[in-house]
Design a protein around this ligand. Structure first.
Ligand code: ZN
Length: 307
């Protein structure tokens, strides 16, 4: 028995760098990286934040693994987007909440936020509007203050710092998009993840497929989009890191057949951030990348957001 215990100790030592990931007692668990990132900035060193859905995977279709469910069961609090973003995972969390698990759908029930509708449902992609995400940060802070009142002041101070940065990022987004010639402020991507960005920063958005990555684009939708691009002479379309780009490439080919050259303006982060350790691996870095890439590809001028 003793040998087994010391073997286990050795193994956990060897696993050193991953020990943070497996320590779940008293942790806050999040479903997507954008929630994890702002939550880390709010809690500072007071709590461990563990994110579940790995960057690059699609939250619309993700089913929780056994190890992810183990982390959920041990968490102090589970933060998820809600609005049916995490379709199956969200249902599981709702059921768990009825059994006493502390959860918060961070994007639901926000005061003074008008949600967009898509295909008869609320559009879940609210992080693409920086000011809405700032309200989400406040929502998270209120919940943290409720379950951990001793550290409430700490959380509120950190929230202020974060909200100041987000306010500047929002100004950067408005100025950047406004530098694109007006008739070229059109964003074409594989799926409809950017409607909130479009509404707040003045873009028209067109997705090849619907609101969820689950649905396939119909030939009719594709044909309409090609006609639109040719007619408006839109110079660039965008691919997404978590979505197959097959449909967008077929649109480019169809435009070429009608003598309109469309380029790929770049890769956008729609439903997840970039890899850990890269500039896009944070919420601010992700939005900065998207805004800067879109602006420059459509003929505007953006030099990148500096905090
Ligand atoms: Zn999406």
């Amino acid at each position: 028995m003793k040998r087994i215990t010391s073997l286990l100790a050795l193994l956990s030592l060897l696993a050193g760098c991953t020990s943070k990931e497996t320590k779940t007692d008293g942790t806050i668990v999040t479903t997507i990286g954008m929630i994890a990132d702002i939550t880390r900035q709010i809690v500072g060193d007071k709590k461990e934040v563990v994110n579940l859905i790995p960057e690059g995977l699609d939250p619309h279709t993700h089913s929780p693994t056994k190890s992810e469910m183990d982390k959920v069961k041990q968490a102090d609090l589970v933060l998820y987007n809600g609005l049916h973003l995490e379709a199956k995972f969200g249902q599981i969390l709702e059921a768990r909440a009825k059994q006493g698990l502390q959860t918060l759908a961070v994007a639901e029930n926000l005061a003074d936020v008008e949600l967009l509708q898509a295909e008869g449902e609320n559009d879940p992609h609210v992080w693409n509007d920086v000011l809405i995400w700032s309200k989400v940060a406040e929502n998270i802070t209120n919940k943290l203050a409720e379950i951990d009142p001793d550290n409430a002041d700490h959380y509120r101070t950190n929230l202020k710092t974060l909200q100041n940065k987000l306010s500047k990022l929002n100004d950067y987004a408005i100025e950047s998009i406004a530098s694109i010639p007006q008739d070229k402020r059109v964003l074409v991507t594989a799926h409809d993840a950017f409607s909130y960005m479009a509404r707040s920063y003045g873009l028209t958005v067109r997705g090849v497929q619907g609101i969820s990555t689950d649905a396939e684009a119909s030939p009719r939708d594709r044909k309409d989009l090609v006609e639109f691009l040719v007619e408006k002479q839109i110079p660039a379309v965008f691919v997404e890191t978590s979505v197959n780009d097959k449909s967008i490439r077929s649109v480019i080919e169809s435009c070429a057949a009608q003598n309109h050259q469309v380029t790929i303006g770049g890769k956008l982060y729609s439903d997840c951030m970039g890899e850990k350790g890269t500039p896009e691996g944070t919420y601010i870095g992700m939005i900065n990348h998207n805004i800067t890439t879109i602006t420059n590809a459509l003929g505007g001028q953006a030099e990148g957001f500096k905090e």
